[in-house]
Ligand binder design. Structure first.
Ligand SMILES: [Zn+2]
Length: 288
């Protein structure tokens, strides 16, 4: 199409942030950091390469996800442990916090709940920032590698995609029929993955993750969580996924419990944070 005469002027219009985060409820990171100091480990699970595993993370506990042995990306699903229909909402987390998350950002749940279900309390890759290609770490823009897209792109069937791994692990831990588990698997937090969109064509790209063994991402569980994670068959995602080509490594998920008195004043966000009959936050109504 021919450009209008004022095309340049239109392009110069300054963007506005869709969701200024200033009015979001802010996590008390100092409270969490203090609680973490006294926390003791109560459980762990190794996520085998090209496979997935799950672990329960009670509200008020920490989930530590660590790279061990070699650079590896993890595809993380989070569920309300008591209600699997409440799940991590990658899209709205992205709209609120940007394309990649780091310390202080929160992970939100799907409609109609939309509440922070986890808070990022430590990110040892926070030094990375945004690189010259527009890439950064821990994205909420990817979805998960899956056999359907691989097939659409003309690739061979591959059964250790993150989608498949997550489905099997969820079915296994909750004794669900595979089709039921598959419908509950959702867009992931791409732990340690380095991604972005190309500036010239806007295409989704990945590049070798900067993660080194010992790096970790730690989350505080705002509600009772079931965490399911796949060690992506893409390994560090520097070349390809959906195959056995890339070098892959295990990952570690650990759960830490703080001393009870260290979380004085903290409580889970309410399951129904909004007064739907009036369309405003219940907390505002209570303050009237
Ligand atoms: Zn994957």
């Amino acid at each position: 199409m021919t450009e209008p005469e004022d095309a340049g002027t239109r392009r110069k219009v300054k963007p506005v942030i869709c969701y200024p985060p200033e009015t979001l409820p802010h996590p008390d990171l100092s409270l969490y950091n203090t609680a973490r100091e006294t926390a003791v480990k109560i459980g762990e699970v190794i996520v085998a390469p090209r496979d997935a595993a799950s672990i329960e993370v009670p509200a008020g506990h920490f989930l530590k996800i660590t790279s061990i042995e070699g650079p590896q990306v993890g595809d993380l699903n989070l569920f309300n442990s008591g209600n699997l229909s409440e799940r991590f909402f990658s899209g709205k987390t992205r709209a609120l916090h940007g394309t990649h998350v780091t310390t202080g950002d929160r992970l939100w749940s799907c409609f109609p709940y939309l509440r922070p279900i986890a808070t990022v309390t430590t990110d040892t890759l926070d030094w990375y920032g945004i690189d010259e290609f527009g890439g950064s770490v821990h994205d909420v823009i990817g979805t998960r590698c899956d056999p359907y897209t691989a097939r659409a792109l003309g690739g061979p069937d591959y059964h250790h995609c993150c989608h498949s791994n997550l489905t099997r692990a969820l079915a296994d831990t909750r004794r669900l029929p595979m089709p039921d588990a598959e419908r509950l698997v959702h867009d992931v937090l791409n732990v340690f993955m380095c991604t972005g969109f190309t500036r010239d064509t806007g295409q989704y790209f990945m590049k070798a993750s900067p993660v080194r063994p010992g790096d970790y991402l730690e989350l505080f569980a705002e509600i009772d969580l079931l965490a399911v994670m796949s060690a992506c068959p893409g390994g560090d995602c520097s070349s390809e996924h959906s195959s056995d080509t890339a070098a892959c490594y295990p990952m570690l998920m650990e759960v830490y419990r703080p001393a009870d008195e260290s979380l004085q004043g903290w409580r889970s966000p309410p399951e129904n944070p909004y007064d739907r009959s009036h369309g405003r936050a219940a907390s505002n109504a209570a303050a009237d």
